[in-house]
Design a protein around this ligand. Structure first.
Ligand SMILES: [Ca+2]
Ligand SMILES: [Ca+2]
Ligand SMILES: [Ca+2]
Ligand SMILES: [Ca+2]
Length: 348
């Protein structure tokens, strides 16, 4: 699935969310290193991360699955979810809302959960995720009871939609995703300390244990959510998309005109990108300066709206050769080829 397809899926998701009755099947590719996060269903944020968990001492597991089966599922409670054969009883327990860290995003409060998936080969899909609150009841032992007695906080699916979040999994000790849920979405019963939180999840494509949900002792929150990332790539096949094998290009200039007024100039770094941090909300007009002997293969300039959260990555493609209107194309300069090769290095 190409990156622009991801954006299309996101757009479809948002349209489906806005329309409420429009059914949609979509996959959010958090396994794609360039996609930092998406906003999903009522302001819930799924953020890709490489956050290290081994030896940090700050991770407190609440639900773990440890099966190697292709499809696995479970939820947390003190009875260790006897209904599911996949639950790791040593790392699964009930927990209450006061244990879930609060973080602030653009002035709004969110609750933070962390997922560390593990996968030997390829990607693993989180196909179902439901969060519930239940008043002072840590021992619900069937999924039917949980869905009947719990107050729904968030579901990836619903309204006829079927969402999937694809993760690369990686090894143990490296988390895959932060989940940020608006604090206002949680129904609090008597007190946060007696409001139990349930996480129900289902994965497919699994080939290796463990999948583990945890809370941190302190909220983590990555401020990159306010950022706009500009990506300059060599669009070899001129299809307007950054495809596998295409290079990221350092030392390309861009002008950015933000809501504050005067345009500013930036140059792509060694990784072929520019990241503008902590932006004020508003519209940003990004113009690629281009270079002699190259032509644009994507829209230039591009307008990007920075809101509280969103998918703020601007892809700019160029390819060798003069614009179509020129009759005599120039051969690529060796220096530019060398720069392009530098851009081949992937970020990790
Ligand atoms: Ca992992
Ligand atoms: Ca689903
Ligand atoms: Ca696994
Ligand atoms: Ca391409």
């Amino acid at each position: 699935m190409g990156r622009l397809c991801i954006a299309g899926a996101l757009t479809g998701l948002l349209l489906a969310w806005a329309g409420a009755a429009v059914a949609d099947v979509f996959t959010v590719e958090l396994s794609d290193k360039w996609i930092g996060y998406v906003e999903h269903r009522g302001g819930v944020v799924y953020q890709r991360t490489d956050f290290g968990t081994s030896g940090s001492g700050v991770i407190d597991p609440v639900l773990a699955l440890k099966s190697n089966e292709w499809e696995i599922w479970g939820y947390n409670n003190d009875e260790k979810n006897p209904e599911s054969p996949h639950v790791d009883k040593t790392k699964t327990r009930s927990f209450t809302l006061d244990e879930v860290p609060l973080v602030t995003i653009a002035g709004d409060l969110y609750r933070e959960l962390l997922l560390d998936a593990n996968q030997a080969q390829g990607a693993i899909d989180l196909t179902e995720l439901e969060l519930y609150t239940v008043d002072n009841a840590p021992d619900i032992t069937t999924l039917i009871d949980l869905r009947a007695q719990g107050t729904l906080v968030h579901s990836m699916d619903g309204g006829g939609d079927d969402g999937t979040v694809r993760l690369d999994g990686g090894g143990s000790g490296k988390a895959d995703m932060f989940l940020y849920v608006p604090d206002a979405a949680f129904t609090v019963f008597g007190a946060e300390g007696t409001t139990n939180v349930y996480v129900y999840c289902r994965f497919t494509g699994n080939d290796d244990g463990f999948e583990e949900w945890a809370v941190l002792n302190e909220g983590h929150w990555n401020p990159e959510l306010y950022d706009l990332k500009i990506v300059q790539f060599e669009d070899v096949d001129e299809n307007g998309q950054l495809d596998s094998g295409e290079s990221l290009l350092p030392d390309w200039d861009f002008d950015v005109l933000g809501p504050q007024g005067a345009p500013q100039s930036f140059t792509t770094g060694a990784d072929g990108t520019i990241t503008l941090k902590n932006l004020a909300p508003g519209q940003y007009r990004v113009t690629g300066d281009g270079k002699n002997g190259w032509k644009h293969t994507t829209l230039n300039p591009q307008n990007h709206d920075i809101e509280s959260v969103g998918l703020d990555v601007a892809y700019f493609g160029v390819s060798h050769g003069a614009p179509m209107s020129d009759l005599v194309p120039e051969p690529p300069a060796l220096g530019l080829v060398a720069l392009a090769l530098l851009g081949l290095r992937k970020r990790h």
